[in-house]
Design a protein around this ligand. Structure first.
Ligand code: SAH
Length: 257
């Protein structure tokens, strides 16, 4: 099972600014929890979390009820070294615009360098104001239909949380290879050539070519196996398969005669 180091996910906080519908707080919490993010931060919500919050959170309500509440965005992100503001509109402010996957990659790189990161989301009606966007290091825009560009707040949180999870999982896999797949170097030239020689003998033994010249098929098979970049263990496994095919061909040959 894939495992994301908790400390990296914990460096990424979802900041919800001026949220108007308590139900959206619950939906956003659920969206975060499904993707392994647990740090929700609220900035001056219009209404306190309520029963709608709990019902939309579907078990993830602790994220909202434990969320720190700040009066301003400045205060909520004061300790963050990367602040990314999600916006439904591309605004004419001098701010670099990132796609969700670019934003996630940047967030995870920063988190891996022990920086706290904020992904900031605006109000349902009016989004983030220009002052709030200026506080961000870059804007994130989900490439929605320009004629209908505004996602529901929790849906936008879901997209970013998903991208963050994908990036976190990729980092976790880079850091800890699967135990049954030790990072063996690719097989040596000689090991591969030994395999190709045995493959050639096996194809002849099982009468694969049926009178055709073997070169073309062997060239194509060679290309397939070179693309696989087998390590020494995998070459031994393939040679075991070939050895059995050769043995069966010998048995078939001796029962024919
Ligand atoms: N009418 C508002 C939309 C607010 S939707 C506006 O035009 O800004 C609530 C929040 O969800 C937004 O502030 C933003 O943080 C996020 N959001 C919605 N659609 C988005 C999109 N296409 N890309 C990035 N964030 C989006």
């Amino acid at each position: 099972m894939s495992h994301v180091p908790v400390s990296l996910a914990d460096r990424i906080r979802i900041v919800l600014v001026g949220t108007q519908h308590p139900g959206n707080l619950g939906s956003a919490a659920r969206a975060m929890r499904t993707m392994g993010l647990t740090r929700m931060v609220l900035v001056a919500p219009e209404k306190a979390p309520n029963l709608d919050t709990a019902s939309m959170a579907a078990g993830a309500e602790a994220l909202v009820f434990d969320a720190p509440v700040f009066p301003t965005l400045e205060a909520a992100v004061a300790d963050c070294r990367l602040v990314l503001g999600c916006t439904a509109r591309s605004r004419r402010i001098a701010l670099e615009e990132l796609s969700p996957s670019e934003a996630a990659a940047r967030a995870v790189t920063a988190a891996a360098a022990d920086a706290d990161v904020a992904l900031v989301f605006g109000r349902e009606r009016t989004g983030l104001d220009n002052h709030e966007l200026q506080l961000c290091h870059a804007a994130v825009h989900i490439p929605s239909d320009p004629a209908f560009s505004s996602l529901n707040l929790a849906a936008a949180v879901q997209v970013l949380a998903y991208e963050a999870r994908v990036a976190l999982l990729a980092t976790a896999q880079d850091a800890a290879p699967e135990p049954d797949e030790p990072t063996e170097p690719p097989a040596s030239h000689a090991e591969l050539e030994g395999f190709f020689a045995q493959l050639s003998d096996t194809l002849a033994a099982i009468d694969f070519h049926k009178g055709r010249t073997p070169e073309s098929a062997e060239r194509k098979l060679r290309r397939i196996f070179l693309r696989a970049q087998m390590n020494a263990r995998e070459v031994r496994l393939m040679r075991g398969v070939l050895a059995d095919a050769q043995r069966m061909a010998r048995l078939a040959g001796s029962s024919d005669s």
